[in-house]
Design a protein around this ligand. Structure first.
Ligand code: ZN
Length: 206
């Protein structure tokens, strides 16, 4: 993992996105704070930690102390979302909210002042290698409009099915941060794959 992170940094990545899955909110079980700490030791890039876990409140401090720069929680599992976001900021990280494909952006209106990043899931979370759901591109467009109507400058990030054929669509719709797994760490060199993604976003003139 260290080697792949180094290749991504050398290849011009802006963030290292870390998917944390708990085997409950999503079926897979992946990594915890120890891996975030290990990633922190091998890169100076911001660590963008996406918590696909139930009850994230109990682990916020551990992930932030391990080196998370941004912590993103799912709207669907946070009963007291405003409190969770305020807690993330109070612990010193940027606060993000992720929305599954079925969750409307409008649910975030009253937490807009507490939001640094909005993660629009472009697949249902849980597995790598899925195809992007086209309706989620319209959702990115809605998110862009709503955030500006709310006077919220949160970054819009998309996650799921991003590759050189979908990256341009996401950016044209208003995404500023693209998460890519298989398209970067699959075949070929990490640097070449990152370059193809950037070229795909330039092709749409954004
Ligand atoms: Zn993710």
């Amino acid at each position: 993992m260290g080697e792949e992170i180094r290749q991504a940094e050398a290849g011009g990545a802006d963030y290292i996105h870390v998917d944390v899955m708990d085997g409950h909110f999503v079926p897979n079980l992946t990594i915890g704070p120890l891996i975030v700490e290990a990633a922190r030791r091998v890169t100076s890039l911001p660590l963008d930690v996406h918590l696909m876990i139930e009850d994230p409140d109990r682990l916020l401090r551990e992930f932030i102390e391990a080196g998370a720069s941004t912590v993103t929680v799912h709207q669907e599992v946070c009963r007291h979302l405003q409190r969770t976001l305020a807690e993330i900021r109070a612990l010193g990280a940027r606060a993000g909210v992720a929305l599954c494909p079925a969750t409307p952006v409008a649910t975030l209106e009253h937490v807009a002042p507490d939001l640094d990043l909005l993660l629009v899931m472009t697949v249902n979370p849980g597995f790598g290698g899925q195809s992007l759901i086209p309706a989620c591109i319209d959702k990115v467009r809605d998110a862009r409009k709503l955030l500006s109507a709310w006077g919220c400058s949160a970054e819009i990030e998309v996650d799921g099915g991003i590759n050189p054929s979908t990256a341009g669509l996401a950016v044209a719709a208003g995404a500023e941060v693209l998460v890519a797994g298989s398209a970067v760490f699959g075949r070929g060199s990490v640097a070449d794959n990152l370059r193809s993604l950037r070229e795909a976003t330039r092709a749409v003139g954004v």
